[in-house]
Design a protein around this ligand. Sequence first.
Ligand code: KIV
Ligand code: NA
Length: 262
Amino acid sequence: PKTLSITDLRAMKQTGEKITSLTAYDASFSALLDLTGIEVILVGDSLGMVVQGHNSTLPVAIRDMVYHCRCVTSARKRAFVVADMPFASYAAPQQAMSNAARLMQAGGAQMVKLEGAKIDVIEFLVDQGIPVCGHLGLLPQSVNRIGGYKVQGREPAQAQQILKDALAIERAGAGLLVLECVPAMLAAEITQNLTIPVIGIGAGPACDGQVLVLYDMLNITVGNHPRFSKNFMAEADSIEDAVKRYHRAVKNGQFPATEHTY
Ligand code: KIV
Ligand code: NA
């Protein structure tokens, strides 16, 4: 099958078909997600926690992202692959450019994702031909500044700032936006106000698509599970079946439900 493009994802927003996304870090899961019809595979820097065993995403290096991205892109045929820019790899436009180029040239990524409203960096990358996915709401790379993994945008002033940042990220040329851990009402408003697809995680059902950390939804992760995730293995008889159930639940609007939403 032909590899999906950003044009295909935009068309899905237009027609209202939900975009399904999960993280993957290796060839086996990449191939499985691809065959199940997952449209977007995110090589997330969450691999620092679920693969490398760190307690945050901060220690992840660009070489780690390139390696896992290559593992994922070598095994998928159809899915659109987005790779995270790790912590401290995009402080300035030129630095961001050389690191994004590694993810695309050596890693085979179709788009890079970076956290926050780094408008100058996004504009520069887009200008150099690098497709960019924004990421707003909870920013795990800023966990030490925030003081924990908690819902963002509950206060009206902060909600307005996130909406403003989302519009600025679209204006800067980003092609996708991930919204993490924000109230469903705010995510709905942002999704309506942007022409680019919005993929939510803990952001309610109104987003154009949904993403989860694969190991969370497969219930592999030990310890506390985020409220917004769901154990899709609970009623499944295989990993493939769990991914199929997630795909179906996102497509028909059954996931996320109220209990997964802020
Ligand atoms: O690193 C990651 O897995 C992510 C998603 C949770 C959006 O950024
Ligand atoms: Na990430």
